[in-house]
Design a protein around this ligand. Sequence first.
Ligand code: AMP
Length: 217
Amino acid sequence: MELVLLGPPGSGKGTQAKRLCQRFDVPHVSTGDLFRMHLGQSTELGQLAKTYMDQGTLVPDDVTEAMVKDRLEQADAVAGFVLDGFPRNLAQGQHLTLMLSEMDRRLKAVLYFKVSLATVMDRITGRRTCSQCGALYHLRTHPPKVSELCDVCGGALVQRADDSEATVKTRMAVYDHETAPLVDFYTKQGLLHTIDAELPVDSVTERLEERLVKARD
Ligand code: AMP
């Protein structure tokens, strides 16, 4: 179960990754979450990543790739993983293939979340995250029971610093220029499965699971 979730910011990858990981008992490897964790702990890597994250641009490849390698080599990733937010450009895609082959592994499938710009803008501006446990909410489609507090742990809900309108525009442009070419890259390798990410969350989950069963056969 070595999977990549590919798609623009706000396409629902994080939400679906959490569900898939629970269902298949593999770790969710989100490079964005890893950078945010380093940032929270004020590590050197976190300080370095902050400049790029604040602008909505990509953290340099060598730094990101080393962080991913380290994570994929941990014991809990032996049975598989769901990569979310990596690779984000062709160089990272090529590096991932190499990294996995050195570990005698390979990707089973790449799930491409296809969604319109209008939808992602709506999802991102309404997105809130629990500052304690990371649970995800949307002010309109999935609001918390008590305003601004997490249903799961009662933590305060926050908007990600890079979900502001100006940064989102840069992140979308970066996606178009750098990440979108990976659709072609993985199509040529026969790994790409396109999912209609406009659908409601539960329908997307159903379709993803159907695709995964097919990819496994
Ligand atoms: P995300 O949570 O996936 O939207 O990522 C938040 C930010 O982390 C991005 O805007 C980048 O600055 C950085 N980031 C996440 N993944 C990568 C990656 N694969 N390569 C470079 N930078 C990344």
